[in-house]
Design a protein around this ligand. Structure first.
Ligand SMILES: [Zn+2]
Length: 168
């Protein structure tokens, strides 16, 4: 079971929605039920921007709202609440996506050999590609040498295990 603190909830919201989303989430954690206008005033962010972010977060079920009617102002008011429990689910599915991507990269680097000129600006080539180019880098003219990926593979392997541990 994954248990996360408020700070972690905010960190996840920041990753998903950016800095402003995290600021909005923080306000709603402190004062659940704020209206979008109140959030905008408190953060000094344009209310349209606040609404846009709140709607993005609500599509992920990270926030919910309640519609109320302000009789004095004669208008509808949306009152927002963060749903921290949902953040865990969203975080898990994000981690799952990263994990899948890492597994794919692992598969790619273990199933093929790469050749590289060593120049950071140039790409790496498979054996077949290098053979076709007579082991000469088409970008800089340098020699394409076998590139050992074992360090990268180990790092990816380690990250995969870490993430699998979190999802347990
Ligand atoms: Zn090169």
């Amino acid at each position: 079971m994954m248990v996360i603190t408020n700070e972690e909830v905010l960190a996840i919201v920041r990753v998903i929605g950016g800095e402003q989303a995290a600021q909005i989430a923080q306000k709603l954690l402190k004062k659940p039920g704020l209206s979008d206008e109140e959030v905008a005033a408190a953060l000094e962010i344009d209310v349209k921007q606040v609404r846009k972010i709140l709607h993005q977060l609500s599509e992920l079920s990270l926030v919910t709202y309640e519609q109320t009617f302000d009789k004095k102002e004669n208008k509808r008011v949306f009152r927002w609440r963060l749903q921290p429990e949902q953040v865990i689910g969203v975080a898990k599915s994000q981690i799952q996506r990263i994990l899948e991507r890492l597994r794919l990269i692992r598969e790619q680097i273990t199933s093929s050999q790469f050749y590289w000129c060593g120049n950071e600006r140039c790409r790496k080539y498979t054996f077949e590609e290098s053979f076709d180019k007579f082991f000469t880098c088409p970008s800089c003219g340098g020699q394409l040498n076998y590139h050992d990926h074992s360090e990268l593979r180990d790092a990816i392997e380690k990250k995969i295990r870490e993430l699998e541990e979190i999802l347990k």
